[in-house]
Design a protein around this ligand. Structure first.
Ligand code: SAH
Length: 222
């Protein structure tokens, strides 16, 4: 099934549709198989999430600066993490740590019932809100907070995704995962890998995936 939650408001992203279709073909060639994820990546206008001067590069497979020393992840990594998190099932209620420019949150909102995304840098969150406004994703909630603490008032979550690299598994996030829930995160410091954690009835199963490069997860808010 690849029905998206939000058909784009008329006109938005029409001119870039072909460029996006080429990006989707590249993702497919690079091994992304989940048709729902490919459809979401094909629908979300990534150029709206970067500075105008970088808009022509928005569909290249590169990470790009979004200000405040942060970056929007490259399309392949967004697709790879979303695919691994989904594992062919529904994402359910999702928590994202590290909203950044809001792109990954928009992709998740196309696939999940509900998405909560937390960002620690207030002006970056304001930017994300502005980027997302026109897309009318009414199942997406943003919050200015320290993601290390998760969102206890909304937990448990079926899916949790970290967009910044953790040095250790954040305990609060493990606790806020529902049984059968999955969490994906970049893990490590100078050398990082993607880790997938699955909560079972009796504990947690961990799998290590690809090597990646993310900005670090920090403490507190700014
Ligand atoms: N998913 C984002 C990627 C942003 S980069 C996108 O699509 O653009 C990672 C983000 O994580 C940065 O904006 C950074 O400020 C944020 N971050 C780092 N540590 C955090 C924490 N403890 N809580 C919330 N956000 C955090």
């Amino acid at each position: 099934m690849n029905r998206l939650k939000h058909p784009l408001p008329q006109g938005i992203g029409m001119t870039s549709q072909r460029t996006r279709a080429r990006m989707v073909e590249r993702l497919r060639k690079d091994g992304i198989k989940d048709e729902s994820v490919l459809a979401a990546m094909g629908a979300v206008p990534r150029h709206l999430f970067v500075e105008e001067a970088l808009a022509s590069r928005a569909y290249d497979d590169d990470a790009l600066p979004i200000g405040y020393s942060q970056t929007i992840s490259q399309p392949y990594v967004v697709a790879r993490m979303t695919e691994a998190l989904r594992a062919g099932r529904e994402l359910g209620k999702v928590l994202e740590i590290g909203t950044g420019c809001g792109y990954q949150a928009a992709v998740l909102a196309q696939l999940a019932a509900e998405v909560y995304s937390i960002e620690r840098i207030a002006p970056l969150l304001a930017k994300a809100r502005a980027n997302l406004r026109g897309l009318r994703l009414n199942n997406l909630r943003l919050k200015h907070a320290d993601g290390n603490l998760g969102l206890p008032e909304v937990a448990p979550f079926d899916s949790i995704i970290l967009s910044a690299a953790a040095r250790q598994l954040p305990q609060a996030l493990l606790q806020q995962l529902s049984p059968g829930g999955r969490m994906i995160l970049p893990f490590g410091t100078s050398e990082q890998v993607l880790r997938l954690v699955e909560r079972t009835r009796s504990g947690y199963n961990e799998t290590t995936l690809d090597a990646v490069r993310f900005v670090p997860m920090l403490m507190g808010v700014e």
